[in-house]
Design a protein around this ligand. Structure first.
Ligand code: SAM
Length: 382
């Protein structure tokens, strides 16, 4: 299968992303006889073969279910095994559109890391484009290359084991002619001078450097200026989650009505509670009387002498259990739940975002290389 092409039916050897809940997405490769064990139950792979991607399946005991999702670069980013820090979708989607990465684009990426962004690049450029990705850490390179093959990306990309800061980007005799460059490296300024040999000379080329510190950004900007890149700008993506929902229209009269309603239900609840207690006491008394009668009967029949503690023990055993006492009635309950948008009420639309942005990922430094313009001299373009 290919992660960048859609297929309908799950077969043996396919990658399936198991959606367990919003925070748990588990990638599995379907193998006959294997079983996926989760805390919600066990899911035999055999039961997934032949189903459509998107299906929902129940556990064998029928206690829970999961969804079988087709992998996409965005879902892979959420489920991949991390070997490094990765680029997440709010950043990658912004970078892709800023660098204008489209079908047929030729892209240069370093380092490959966990391959999160590599998948998004691969999907955007499709089979008519080409991606050159570089990683100098051997174990990460081997793992990334294996995953790319398993995900059907061999035709779309070339993964090279290389220190790009020392040895540059040239791969054999292949003309790279890059339209877009993405550098997620600790020292992008050391790699920038090597780019000249591999970027396109007949069209405008975009670059983005992904760095967590402003000190790195400053060194990068210097290197970009020195190497003929122009239109340098820096962005920070601060992604916020927005929630949109309906809010019930409430007026002062409604609030008063509600307060009265709460009071009324409290009163009713207290009454109900009193009645329940009284009823329980009566029942207990009845039971005690019955017991005493039974005891009398027994004494009469067997002529036995009653032992005080035995009757006490028996009374204790006859007490109603906790479960019997719980009649499922909550005197202070809030009454009926109103479903969002319910017809009998008036609603208005609201949107809400998170108060604070919890994460800082990185600063994105963008620039372009326009071959017609020679490098700057004294701050002016010649
Ligand atoms: N963008 C990647 C992703 O989304 O999964 C994560 C990249 S990770 C933060 C940075 C990677 O760059 C590391 O795996 C590191 O080994 C690699 N790296 C660092 N310096 C390098 C160099 N000079 N040449 C090639 N790779 C390098």
């Amino acid at each position: 299968m290919s992660i960048i092409q859609y297929k309908d039916i799950i077969e043996e050897g396919d990658l399936v992303l198991i959606y367990i809940n919003r925070s748990q997405l588990k990638p599995i490769t379907i193998r006959k006889g294997d079983v996926l064990n989760t805390r919600f139950g066990s899911f035999p792979h055999d039961s997934m073969i032949g189903l459509s991607y998107g299906s929902q399946i129940l556990t064998s005991k029928g206690r829970g279910f999961v969804y079988l999702l087709h992998p996409t670069p965005e879902l892979w980013t959420l489920s991949l095994p991390h070997r490094t820090q990765i680029v997440y979708t709010p950043d990658s989607s912004y970078i892709l559109q800023k660098l204008d990465v489209v079908a047929g684009s030729r892209v240069i990426e370093a380092g490959t890391g966990s391959g999160s962004f590599t998948h998004a690049f691969a999907r955007n450029i499709g089979e008519t484009g080409k991606l050159f990705t570089y990683e100098f850490h051997e174990a990460r390179y081997i793992q990334a290359k294996k995953e790319f093959s398993e995900h059907g990306l061999d035709k779309v990309l070339t993964c090279t084991h290389r220190d790009v800061c020392k040895d540059g980007f040239v791969v054999g005799k292949e003309q790279i002619n890059g339209d877009a460059v993405f550098l997620d490296l600790p020292a992008p300024w050391e790699a920038i001078p090597h780019l000249e040999k591999v970027i396109a000379k007949d069209r405008r080329v975009g670059i983005c450097c992904f760095s967590p510190c402003v000190e790195q950004v400053m060194k990068t900007v210097e290197a970009l200026n020195e190497n003929g890149w122009t239109k340098v700008e820096m962005t920070e993506v601060s992604a916020l989650t927005w929630e949109s929902r309906k809010e019930m229209v409430r007026e002062v009269g409604d609030a008063i009505k509600r307060l009265k309603d709460v009071k009324r239900r409290q009163r009713e609840g207290i009454e109900q509670l009193k009645k329940l207690k009284k009823k329980e006491e009566e029942e207990r008394e009845e039971e005690e009387e019955e017991e005493e009668e039974e005891e009398e009967e027994k004494k009469k029949k067997d002529g036995e002498i009653e032992v005080e503690h035995a009757s006490k023990k028996r009374k204790y055993e006859k007490q109603p259990k906790e479960k019997d006492r719980d009649r499922g009635y909550n005197p202070f309950g809030k009454g009926r739940r109103v479903a969002e948008g319910e017809e009998d009420f008036e609603w208005f639309d609201v949107s809400k975002n998170e108060r604070e942005i919890k994460t800082h990922t990185s600063y994105l430094t963008f620039a372009v290389f326009v071959p017609q313009l020679t490098p700057r001299e004294n701050g002016e373009i010649k």
